[in-house]
Design a protein around this ligand. Structure first.
Ligand SMILES: [Zn+2]
Length: 418
């Protein structure tokens, strides 16, 4: 099972000064900042997924790349641009989520293929159009919603054009067909047609909103359909777009899934209310110590005169000092909670995290983590504060996911003849 990490230009500054909360004076972001595979001992993913919409921008707005970065990606190629170790794979994608509201994709097959080939991707997903909706009872044709039928037909047409173009142009890119659907039957039919077009890899899109049981229903329908194929016929490998669900990975693998991509373990580090710091079997809330001048509520209170700026700064410093002195000893937990509580009050926090903090401090998981970042930065990784700490915690989460993937006992895919 391979895990691809979707790139959003998430880097950290290796020389960031945590004590002063300052960047090195002569930092040049694109030269000095590092990707997860550069700060961790071992790349925490088997591949990266780069979306054309993230690079080029889309109808919904600008991409994450500056014009200069876009040009460098094209000039240097994806491997050198990301300074990838030779064992990390690259997969290109359109970013169909970014134009889901459009009637038709604002990008042509030729543009998609040019993007993949010019940047030197190992593999690329055909141009597609996401179907937002799931109804397991809706048939393949009428009365299923016309928009769903049209998007599926268009996705299949574009996939045909895509694989034909890769063959006509003789490119070395590994073509991956995009399958869209709204039910087990429609996904199974899409997969069958893509296999008939010659695809050896197929990415299943539009499944992010689905419940795990619904994803499994679709995979089972695909698997059932494949059993009617002749003896010796080889099924294409399946990729789940945007799906982790690690607890179901073994079942997914038994039904033909060989890869997936997801940002969730990274993003939970700073987007989730509770599951910020992951360990093998559970997760912890990170210790929120916002910067006085980076917290809008606190800033307003200071300007309104209800909070004294010097008191706020003193409370912030007291928390950081106590946390940095924390050795993990049980008798030190109460002191840390007291200063965290005092700063929570000054910040005017709408809710208290103190119970969750007690659990985090008691477990002190950063003391037991063997990842390069926790070993180097200790408790700083567990502090919710600014992009440098938050992204490092996200990278740590990726390394935990990678270890969990490695420890899964994935069953061999059942053969079609069973
Ligand atoms: Zn770690």
């Amino acid at each position: 099972m391979r895990f691809y990490f979707p790139d959003s230009q998430d880097l950290v500054s290796p020389a960031y000064d945590f004590l002063r909360d300052e960047y090195p004076p002569h930092r040049v972001r694109q030269r000095d900042d590092l990707y997860a595979h550069e700060v961790l001992e071992k790349a925490p993913y088997h591949g990266i997924l780069v979306s054309k919409a993230i690079v080029d921008g889309s109808v919904k707005g600008g991409g994450k790349y500056t014009g200069a970065q876009r040009a460098r990606l094209q000039r240097m190629g994806v491997n050198r641009f990301f300074r990838l170790p030779s064992n990390v794979l690259t997969l290109g994608d359109n970013g169909a989520f970014n134009y889901v509201e459009e009637e038709i994709p604002p990008v042509t097959v030729a543009e998609t293929l040019d993007f993949y080939v010019e940047s030197g991707f190992d593999a690329g997903i055909s141009t597609d159009h996401v179907i937002f909706g799931y109804d397991e009872t809706a048939p393949l044709g009428d009365p299923a919603p016309v928009e769903w039928q049209e998007r599926r037909a268009l996705t299949l047409r574009l996939a045909e054009e895509f694989i034909n173009s890769t063959q006509d142009q003789g490119v070395s890119l590994d073509p991956v067909g995009a399958a869209q659907g709204w039910s087990p039957q429609s996904y199974a039919d899409s997969v069958r047609r893509l296999e008939d077009l010659g695809y050896r890899r197929i990415a299943l899109g539009g499944m992010v909103p689905l419940k795990t049981a619904q994803i499994i229903d679709c995979l089972k329908a695909i698997d059932d359909d494949r059993r009617s194929r002749p003896d010796g016929w080889q099924p294409a490998e399946l990729h789940l777009l945007g799906i982790t669900r690690i607890d179901s990975m073994e079942e997914f693998a038994a039904l033909g899934v060989t890869s997936f991509d997801s940002t969730s373990s990274f993003r939970q580090a700073f987007m989730d209310d509770r599951k910020n710091y992951h360990i093998e079997n559970t997760s912890f809330v990170a210790l929120r110590v916002p910067q006085v001048d980076g917290n809008p509520t606190l800033k307003r209170a200071i300007l309104a005169g209800t909070v004294s700026q010097s008191e706020a700064i003193a409370a912030e410093r007291a928390v950081l000092k106590a946390l940095r002195a924390f050795t993990g000893a049980p008798n030190e937990v109460r002191g840390c909670l007291d200063v965290l509580g005092a700063y929570e009050q000054i910040c005017g926090s709408k809710k208290s995290y103190l119970d969750a903090y007690e659990r985090t401090l008691t477990a002190a998981p950063w003391l037991h983590c063997s990842c390069t970042l926790c070993r180097k930065h200790g408790i700083e990784i567990a502090i919710f504060r600014g992009t440098e700490r938050n992204k490092r915690r996200g990278f740590h989460n990726l390394s935990v996911l990678a270890d969990r993937m490695d420890s899964l006992s994935l069953p061999q895919r059942k053969s079609i003849d069973d």
